[in-house]
Design a protein around this ligand. Structure first.
Ligand SMILES: Cc1cc2nc3c(=O)[nH]c(=O)nc-3n(C[C@H](O)[C@H](O)[C@H](O)COP(=O)(O)O)c2cc1C
Ligand code: SF4
Length: 501
């Protein structure tokens, strides 16, 4: 499995007897494909089989309720009747792929449309004991269903995260009196889960390295939380951030959504955030537990977009495993294409979060940005090796809008197996061309284009099989400032549009 450019990313990795074929992890992503009954249905199973075809090292199946009550388009495993559907899906995945499969299990509290929500201080000690038993029993069902590992969801806005939170307002032994009392619930859950699944079955956890809310915890607490997790013998620690109710934006008549505020952005960072925005959390936690003699694998995630970025993180020792959620939603074949040296055929996530909006609105989660209309899953068209072609030269044209932005248009390309989209490349002031965006239509508005600079573009079409067509003509523009520029000539003043061959 070794790779000449990405030797660590494509090296196998073992934790508690589970051998991952490579170090790419698909973190849990709710699909909204299950019905309200919570059973694994055909669409849900097909989505995970599609991920498995791309062969990441580990696939974490979406948050699945340990609660034994209706939970609205969320998978459930709170009783034995749900096991068969999971077992069938996992078998389909294992039959076609070397990927290992984890199930993220979650408990959540009640929430009402009017804005009210149950908080951990409203739970009785008996409620707490029943949640702990629920985690243990659901973990045992996870093993029975054939999953390779169970992941305990302790991140974001849900019950276990709310016990860990610095905003935990309980005043008893499970309460916010001290870090020790905040850690008690998760500690008892891990012990019970281990009792139920046995020592030889991998148990992972996911938690926030930082809550990203006012008065929430940060690294000064989370390093000790991670240490306790390692001391309790978990087999991986997946580090997320934010996703809290406390700063959620209220929407009339809708229940609070924990991904609508700043902390929600930190959980699913949009394109405005820097690449690898949350890696520093994994890095600090890893170095802290390592310094205390624990080598529990640490997973990082958050705008990790390419194999190179993942390899660099591994080479620098900042994490052990690389989470790529939306990048693998946009193109589940990213690991397989990279390993085969076909990186130029990857469909790259733009971090526009249309998938996140679909999730928030209880609509089937898909890549609304890039996938062709009508596709419920990422396109695949094996066996088609004929690249798309332009009717002429691509006909790329640039128009300068009154707002100062540039509007690019080009002609539609043709492909025998069906067109998918277009990649737009841009060079600024004579620099190298780099991927700017992708589009499924024949137009793009370059919003960040600024006066006084010279922009050159070309476009490449790609088809459903990922074949790339030829470059279009190159179009170039120098934008004249709409204000009186200093006479030193450093801001370009010539607004002429040139089309190069
Ligand atoms: C549509 C959607 C659903 C998600 N559902 C979950 C989930 O069920 N459990 C979880 O821990 N994180 C969930 N996440 C967060 C991702 O696992 C991941 O941490 C986040 O998207 C940042 O990684 P990325 O930049 O590689 O996408 C979800 C993210 C998205 C976009
Ligand atoms: S909609 Fe598609 S491109 Fe946008 S963030 Fe989601 S996966 Fe990426």
């Amino acid at each position: 499995m070794d790779h000449p450019h990405y030797p660590l990313l494509f090296s196998s990795y073992e934790t508690n007897g589970m051998a991952l074929p490579n170090r790419i992890v698909l973190p849990a992503m709710v699909t909204r494909l299950p019905g309200v009954d919570g059973f694994v249905n055909q669409d849900t199973s097909d989505r995970y089989v599609r991920y498995a075809k791309g062969e990441p090292g580990l696939i974490v199946v979406e948050a699945t309720a340990v609660n034994d009550s209706k939970s609205g388009q969320l998978l459930r495993l709170g009783s034995d009747e749900f096991i068969a559907g999971h077992r069938e899906m996992v078998k389909r995945m294992h039959d076609i792929s070397p990927s290992k499969v984890s199930l993220q299990i979650i408990h959540f509290l009640k929430i009402a449309r009017g804005g009210w929500r149950q908080t951990v201080d409203m739970l009785t000690t008996e409620d707490i004991q029943s949640i702990i038993r629920g985690y243990g029993a659901t973990a045992a069902r996870t093993r029975a269903a054939g999953y390779d590992v169970v992941e305990l969801h302790m991140a974001h806005a849900y019950t276990l995260a709310s016990f860990l939170s610095a905003r935990n307002r309980r005043s008893d032994e499970y309460g916010g009196k001290s870090l020790e009392t905040r850690l008690r619930m998760m500690s008892e859950v891990i012990v019970e889960v281990r009792r139920q699944v046995g020592a030889d079955y991998p148990v992972g956890v996911r938690f926030d390295g930082e809550e990203c809310i006012k008065d929430g915890y940060g690294l000064s607490d989370s390093k000790f939380i991670a240490l306790r997790m390692a001391q309790l013998g978990v087999d991986y620690i997946s580090v997320s951030a934010g996703g809290k109710f406390e700063d959620a934006v209220k929407k009339e008549g809708a229940p609070l959504d924990p991904y609508t505020g700043y902390s929600g952005d930190r959980a699913m960072p949009p394109a405005t955030y820097q690449l690898g925005v949350n890696v520093y959390l994994a890095e600090s936690l890893k170095s802290f537990i390592n310094a205390h003699g624990y080598h529990t694998p640490v997973v990082t995630a958050g705008r990790i977009t390419t194999a190179q970025q993942g390899e660099d993180i591994l080479q620098a020792g900042k994490a052990d495993l690389i989470g790529m959620a939306r990048a693998l939603l946009a193109d589940p074949d990213l690991p397989k294409k990279t390993r085969a040296g076909r990186e130029d055929t990857i469909v790259r996530c733009l971090y526009t979060n249309i998938c996140k909006q679909l999730e928030e609105n209880y609509k089937p989660v898909r890549c609304g940005n890039l996938w062709p209309r009508g596709h419920l899953h990422a396109p695949e068209a094996d066996g088609d090796h004929e690249p798309p072609r332009w009717p002429t030269d691509g006909g790329l044209n640039i128009a300068l809008r009154d707002s100062g932005q540039l509007r690019l248009t080009w002609e539609g390309a043709m492909a025998s197996g069906g067109m998918y989209g277009y990649e737009v490349f841009c060079s600024i002031n004579g620099g190298p061309f780099a991927h700017l965006t992708s589009s499924k239509t024949c137009t793009h508005v370059h919003e960040q284009a600024l006066a006084g600079n010279r922009y050159a573009y070309f476009v490449r079409p790609y088809d459903l099989a990922g074949n790339r067509g030829p470059q279009s003509n190159t179009a170039e523009i120098i934008i004249t400032p709409g204000f009186e520029a200093p006479p030193d000539g450093r801001l370009a003043l010539d607004g002429k549009v040139v089309t190069l061959q």
